[in-house]
Design a protein around this ligand. Structure first.
Ligand code: ADP
Ligand code: MG
Length: 243
């Protein structure tokens, strides 16, 4: 590979589920300070790769590196310890607990209620993600629930934030707020891995895209230099004129 050592790398990743191969020799390099898109149609293997990078799935073959060293992401705790955070497409929140109680579930033990609420308030104020820590989750909108996931992730000061289809549950106004937060995180030197099939968003946010089809990398590009049509053509594997 060329250039400086990437923050995180995934090399030769294969993931099989029985006879089915969801990732088939994927290479991906993620650099600090970039919003890197992972593009592909439904079933291309995007979420599988994300789950490997967050320690939710072990690859059948291949390695993940952190600053050039091979690491084993045996579980999400191991991923978080290396600075990898994830904002899930489907939230894993307890409906009957409050915002701060939900966040406490993934924070180190011993962080008391008041300190945690202060930290939630501080992160919320810093990023424009205000949220009452005492509200029960059942009373929150989808956008507010995602805000919990983002705050929970940011409280761990992640170096890489993985977002899987984050705008699928958001209103246009909430999506705009999210983009501002993501650009801010990028400008702070963090890396973001952004999964979406909304090509307008990717062209706006991301300076690099890796395109998956059938579990394989079939292309990489600067999406700002592409049209939505040309990106769509790469995803489905046809020439632009045929789309
Ligand atoms: P994407 O996120 O790009 O839509 P996924 O990574 O979720 O794709 O899935 C890729 C393929 O792997 C799909 O065909 C899906 O059905 C299959 N797959 C994903 N997870 C599992 C699993 N746990 N068991 C069996 N097949 C799976
Ligand atoms: Mg997916």
């Amino acid at each position: 590979t060329e250039g400086p050592t990437p923050l995180f790398g995934a090399y030769g990743i294969v993931k099989r589920f029985g006879d089915f191969t969801a990732n088939d020799g994927v290479d991906l390099e993620i650099r600090a300070g970039e919003i890197h898109a992972l593009l592909g149609e439904n079933g291309a293997g995007k979420s599988t790769l994300m789950k490997i990078l967050y320690g939710l799935l072990e690859p059948t073959e291949g390695v993940v590196t952190h600053r050039g060293d091979v690491v084993r992401l045996a579980n999400p705790e191991a991923a978080r310890a290396l600075g990898i955070g994830m904002v899930f497409q489907h939230f894993s929140l307890c409906e009957n607990l409050t915002v701060s109680e939900n966040i406490a579930l993934v924070m180190p033990k011993g962080l008391n209620g008041r300190t945690l609420k202060e930290r939630i308030g501080a992160v919320g104020a810093a990023y424009g993600l205000q949220l009452d820590p005492d509200r029960p989750v059942w009373s929150l909108s989808a956008g507010e629930r995602q805000r919990i996931e983002i705050i929970r992730c940011l409280l761990q000061d992640p170096k890489l934030v993985i977002l899987d289809e984050p705008t699928s549950v958001l209103t246009p106004g909430e999506a705009e707020l999210l983009f501002t937060v993501l650009e801010r995180l990028r400008d702070e030197g963090r890396a973001l891995l952004y999964i979406s099939h909304r090509l307008d968003e990717v062209r706006r946010l991301c300076a690099r895209a890796t395109i998956l089809r059938g579990g394989r990398v079939v292309g990489a590009c600067d999406p700002r230099a592409e049209t939505a049509r040309s990106l769509a053509a790469m995803m489905v594997g046809v020439q632009v004129g045929e789309v």
